[in-house]
Design a protein around this ligand. Structure first.
Ligand SMILES: Cc1cc2nc3c(=O)[nH]c(=O)nc-3n(C[C@H](O)[C@H](O)[C@H](O)COP(=O)(O)O)c2cc1C
Ligand code: SF4
Length: 461
């Protein structure tokens, strides 16, 4: 059944136990060789472990794509304060729903990766910060931690090695911003979840003032594979500079939404076909490749993806991009958290952007003026345009707001809205202009939901 969510002939590893009865238990995991990688790692020095992860080109799966081994190497070897490994299981980026599968269906893969990471950086305490709304994923996580204590993974001596390792899950309260690593640390410490100014970076001053590595759930679930299958296997499983298999969530106007496991660098158009293509036989209008904050891609020829001397007729479409951090950057977008959203030709792009803007305006923590004011301005202007009450000046204001929100704030939440605004305006300008000119939306087939109609109603201009 896993075949339905992976290319034919591809050996799934990350999702191998997802569709197996009781696949989330310690027994199912160890039957497949689980925790052997940790036992092997405990015989290596921490420096050797970090070097191996560096060689495997494991890039962080939480959004930024930062090299995991490199990040671990930033932790000072000597520290007066305890070191911590924190797992980011907040998973709130719209379109992203892979980590909850790992937690609910194969939590031990992440726990083993977390144990390996903790050993590599010299941490004796693991915290797992989980999204507040998680039900089943959190219960399965708690049960897996209990099993891991009972089986000697956690406790005073990890698998008899003498290495003390403890693990504590922690539930958030439902704030998107608490997925940002420093807001997460604030929240973990019992404060309001607001991002910290950097530097210092968490690897030096993190949780409770101690050196801290924060990694995403999927990043850590990949780590045991590097040791159990080997660096060569891991590199072959991905594309240059992007090692390992990848989980991609597809949602929106696609025939078969779901979490797919593919090799890193898998072509986008092949993935769309694997997921049954655009639903109801409609035409593809756009793809948001990596979660709601990533610039939108359109099925139009893209010079940056073509061979240097290729004539225009041979340029691939933007949506023909191979899905990894480097190729998506070349295409003018980002892989982010791999939450791919498909939009068909019945979609009003103004409304689509309004939905994103409402989300970011709601989730801004309010510390920075360009974010606090900018996100709600953008939402209000878009609402006006969508309702057929916008002016040409509004389009300029939108573009200007996005510009002033970029790179001017404590954390990238403001950029997370500025990037879609910029790309929607550049690629779908005609739709915005038509809304202003015709004083209406020409996409007859939808109605604004009550939430859209009322969200900003009581917010003064
Ligand atoms: C607004 C915002 C929300 C974020 N939400 C998440 C999240 O839910 N899960 C996650 O793993 N990373 C999230 N990140 C990225 C984290 O800050 C951090 O880069 C990541 O957890 C590092 O793990 P990685 O190196 O394994 O990717 C978010 C970043 C920002 C700016
Ligand atoms: S950019 Fe927005 S969410 Fe991030 S710290 Fe500033 S106000 Fe808060």
């Amino acid at each position: 059944m896993t075949d339905a969510y992976s290319p034919a002939g591809f050996e799934v590893t990350l999702s191998k136990r997802w569709y197996v009865k009781n696949g989330y238990t310690f027994d199912a995991y160890t039957k497949d060789g689980g925790y052997e990688a940790l036992k092997q790692v405990l015989k290596l020095t921490p420096a050797e472990v970090i070097e191996t992860v560096k060689k495997a080109n494991l890039r962080g799966r939480g959004g930024a794509g930062f090299a995991a081994g490199m990040k671990w190497s930033f932790v000072p070897k000597e520290s007066a304060k305890p070191k911590y490994l924190v797992v980011n299981a907040d998973e709130s980026e719209p379109g992203t729903y892979k980590d909850r599968y790992v937690l609910a269906r194969d939590p031990h893969s992440m726990l083993e990766g977390a144990a390996i990471a903790a050993y590599a950086i010299g941490a004796h305490q693991i915290y797992i910060y989980a999204r507040g709304e998680f039900g089943l994923p959190y219960r399965r996580l708690e049960a897996a931690i209990r099993e891991a204590y009972a089986k000697g993974v956690f406790g005073d001596s990890c698998f008899g090695s003498g290495y003390k390792l403890d693990c504590q899950p922690h539930r958030g309260a439902g704030a998107y911003i608490c997925g940002e690593e420093t807001a997460l640390l604030e929240s973990l410490e019992g404060k309001i979840g607001r991002p910290r100014l950097k530097p210092p970076f968490p690897a030096v001053v993190g949780a409770f003032g101690g050196p801290t590595i924060i990694n995403n759930v999927e990043t850590l679930a990949c780590v045991p594979l590097i040791f159990s299958r080997g660096v060569e296997w891991f590199l072959k499983m991905g594309s240059p500079n992007n090692g390992g298999p990848k989980l991609i969530c597809i949602s929106g106007h696609i025939a078969r939404p779901g979490v797919y496991e593919v090799p890193n660098g898998y072509p986008c158009n092949k993935l769309l076909a694997l997921a049954g293509g655009v639903w109801q036989g409609r035409t593809l209008k756009a793809v948001i490749p990596g979660g709601s904050s990533t610039p939108v891609l359109v099925p139009k020829p893209c010079k940056a993806l073509a061979k240097p001397d290729a004539p225009e007729a041979e340029w691939p479409l933007e949506t023909d991009v191979c899905l990894d951090f480097d190729n998506l950057k070349a295409a003018g977008s980002m892989f982010g958290s791999a939450g791919m959203m498909v939009l068909d030709d019945h979609t009003c792009m103004v409304r689509s952007l309004l939905t994103l803007a409402n989300f970011y305006a709601h989730e801004s923590c309010g510390q920075c003026t360009p974010c606090r004011e900018g996100t709600s301005w953008v939402a209000r202007i878009l609402k006006r345009i969508e309702a057929g009450q916008g002016t040409e000046a509004d389009l300029d204001t939108l573009a200007g707001a996005a510009k002033h929100m970029s790179g001017t704030t404590i954390c990238p939440l403001a950029d997370a809205l500025a990037m879609p605004v910029e790309s929607y305006l550049r690629k779908f300008k005609d739709e915005f202009v038509a809304h202003v000119r015709d004083k209406r939306c020409s996409y007859e087939t939808y109605e604004l939901s009550p939430a859209h109609n009322t969200f900003w109603e009581d917010t003064p201009e």
